[in-house]
Design a protein around this ligand. Structure first.
Ligand code: SF4
Ligand code: F3S
Ligand code: FES
Length: 232
């Protein structure tokens, strides 16, 4: 099948502002959008710039706005997108070039919530055990691949990019509710600040956008409750 890709392009060395460029591409219906973008880059315009690595929905590097919705280009089939497909960079971060945005602020928020196990208690002779129920408590948020789809689809973040954002809260949740961790108070203090969880207005765009089907809004609510009631 033949599809038209309408891609928002921006080269800071040449362009004053973003511009649209159209490409006709011959694809198999079962090709992913990533395959179509590769076709453009390899055979039509080598200057087209986008991020990708695993091509299998694991690394989280190719999130972009596809027909107006944040998705991973490697997880969406061309046949599900219609004959005319628009592709734009994620909203809310500065565009470096074409579909690549500067995610420094995104990863600064990630680092701020201390996304690693904190436990200074002396290690025993065996590993720190955890029951299946304790593991289940944070299972959902272990699935995050840091793609940015949630944060860049959140209107609260668009209004104020200092908001720490749903992705960082999901990462904090993964450790706050881990029975082996002792760093919950430090993380909750970060998230209780002005640009923390209270910027979330329960809009749910983040949950809709997540390619890993994480219940993002629910995780945020659980963190809010942990702050309010000082109970994990
Ligand atoms: Fe991506 Fe989902 Fe993680 Fe947000 S919670 S960064 S949408 S995987
Ligand atoms: Fe934004 Fe999700 Fe909250 S879209 S306002 S972080 S529920
Ligand atoms: Fe890795 Fe799409 S290229 S998630």
């Amino acid at each position: 099948m033949k599809v038209e890709l309408r891609i928002k392009r921006f080269d800071p060395e040449k362009d004053q502002k973003p511009r649209w460029a159209d490409y006709q591409v011959e694809v198999e219906p079962t090709d992913r959008l990533l395959d179509a973008l590769h076709y453009v880059k390899w055979y039509q315009d080598g200057s087209l710039t986008f991020r990708r690595s695993c091509a299998h929905g694991i690394c989280g590097s190719d999130c972009m706005l596809i027909n107006g919705v944040n998705r991973l280009a490697c997880k969406v089939l061309v046949k599900d997108l219609g004959r005319r497909i628009t592709v734009e960079p994620m909203r809310g971060y500065p565009v470096v070039k074409d579909l690549v945005v500067d995610m420094e602020k995104f990863f600064a928020a990630y680092r701020a919530v201390k996304p690693y196990l904190i436990n200074d208690e002396p290690a025993g002779p065996r590993e720190r055990l955890q029951s299946p129920a304790e593991r289940e408590r944070y299972d959902d948020t272990t699935k995050c691949i840091l793609c940015g789809a949630c944060t860049t689809s959140c209107p609260s973040f668009w209004a104020n990019d200092d908001y720490i954002g749903p992705a960082a809260i999901v990462q904090a949740h993964r450790f706050i509710f881990d029975s082996r961790d002792r760093g919950a108070a430090e993380r909750l203090e970060v998230l209780n600040q002005r640009e923390g969880v209270w910027r979330c207005r329960t809009i749910f765009n983040c949950t809709d956008a997540c390619p890993r089907d994480i219940e993002v809004t629910r995780a945020i609510q659980e963190v809010k409750r942990a702050i309010l009631f000082q109970r994990i």
